[in-house]
Design a protein around this ligand. Structure first.
Ligand SMILES: C[S@@+](CC[C@H](N)C(=O)[O-])C[C@H]1O[C@@H](n2cnc3c(N)ncnc32)[C@H](O)[C@@H]1O
Length: 364
């Protein structure tokens, strides 16, 4: 064989080998156009054929019909941020839990000296100056302003507010003339609205002073209105009947009015030494026929787990703030014997609203 013939033969066998290599290992013999179409629908990737042992798991060898993986990998930076955040969060939860356990231990040690019946009302004398700042944030988060406004809008005629504190409700009273109008915007209920007078009462002189200042800030120089309000340092359980003659509550000149039309109390039952007895007393201060007692209170929740937390921390909270936050408001209202006109609860059941009136038997 000549050198050129040897060269051509070598070239031919090399081309044949290359064609064989390009043909997929599992390619079926060409038997017609139909089969070719089916084959075209299932692309194969011969270049990803690894050299695996014949005993390898079938899922490892079945790579021919899978495209190369296109899943995106998380960048190291994102992974680092997530890792650090998870670490920070778990450290914070650990810190909260440790603080909670510490407070529970402190609280349990206190429960001997501060029993649930302890009178802690003097705490407000020292917290009066910072009270508003202390509760501002939580009241905003809980949207309590709207609930106070809705409650106070229902107050009418000659009003008594007990446990008035720093006067957080002053801005919500309707001091317009007493008239017929919508008293509940949600239900459209119509009734008398507008306050003729408001008597603010609290046991703490410091709290009463803060309330008086707040009134002056909200209604500066309004002498006519000032004549229709009164601020008194008094025990809610000992308030006498009717507004004083100094404010325009007297129905007959010279004769003091015997009853208030509305009694309001917000966040007060938690602090009273005798909540049931005081509520009963408030029931005797309103007009037996048309009078109402309006309450916005905080206390026990619908949930056992939350009540456990409130119970565990109650002595420490009462000792610091003068407030028993784990009281069963529903039970107090039931025991008072007043008639429930309306009842609502929010915030896991810890915020309670009541519209009450003197019980029927008291009227007869
Ligand atoms: C938690 S503060 C609530 C203040 C206010 N009502 C409010 O909604 O922000 C409880 C208030 O009840 C007052 N208080 C406690 N015992 C009282 C009593 N026997 N008679 C009148 N006020 C009392 C306290 O001085 C304190 O101002």
């Amino acid at each position: 064989m000549s050198a050129s013939r040897v060269g051509r033969a070598t070239l031919k066998s090399a081309k044949g080998a290359a064609a064989a290599a390009a043909k997929p290992a599992n390619a079926a013999p060409r038997t017609g156009a139909k089969k070719n179409k089916l084959k075209a629908a299932a692309p194969v990737y011969p270049e990803y054929t690894p050299a695996l042992s014949k005993r390898a798991h079938p899922t490892l060898t079945d790579f021919h019909h899978h495209p190369p993986s296109t899943t995106t990998r998380m960048s190291p930076r994102v992974m680092t941020v997530l890792g650090v955040s998870a670490l920070g969060l778990s450290a914070y939860i650990g810190y909260l839990y440790a603080s909670y356990r510490r407070e529970v231990t402190y609280s349990q040690n206190l429960s001997a000296t501060v029993p649930a019946t302890a009178n802690v009302t003097d705490r407000y004398n020292t917290t009066a100056r910072t009270f508003d700042a202390d509760v501002e944030m939580s009241e905003k988060l809980m949207r309590l302003g709207a609930k106070r406004r809705d409650l106070c809008r229902r107050a009418r005629g000659d009003v008594l507010e007990v446990s008035c504190g720093t006067g957080r409700n002053i801005e919500y009273y309707d001091f317009g003339p007493v008239r017929r109008g919508i008293v509940d915007e949600r239900t459209g209920a119509v009734g008398l609205r507008g306050c003729r007078s408001v008597t603010f009462v609290d046991l703490s002189p410091q709290m009463v002073e803060m309330a008086r200042r707040k009134f002056e800030e909200i209604y500066p120089g309004d002498d006519a209105l000032r004549k229709r309000v009164e601020f008194r340092v008094e025990d809610a359980a000992a308030v006498g009947g009717g507004p004083s003659r100094e404010i325009t509550g007297a129905a007959v000149p010279g004769q003091p009015k015997q009853y208030f039309d509305t009694v309001v109390q917000t966040m007060g039952l938690c602090s009273l030494p005798d909540p049931v007895g005081t509520l009963r007393h408030l029931g005797t201060l309103v007009d037996p026929q048309k009078g109402e007692i309006l309450l916005l209170e905080h206390g026990r929740s619908h949930y056992a787990w939350l009540n456990r937390v409130l119970d565990n921390l109650a002595p420490a909270h009462a000792d610091r703030h003068g407030c028993w936050w784990n009281r069963d408001i529903g039970e107090i209202v039931r025991e008072s014997g007043l008639e429930v006109v309306e009842e609502k609860r929010w915030h896991f059941g810890t915020t309670w609203k009541y519209v009450l009136r003197p019980a029927r038997k008291a009227v007869e």
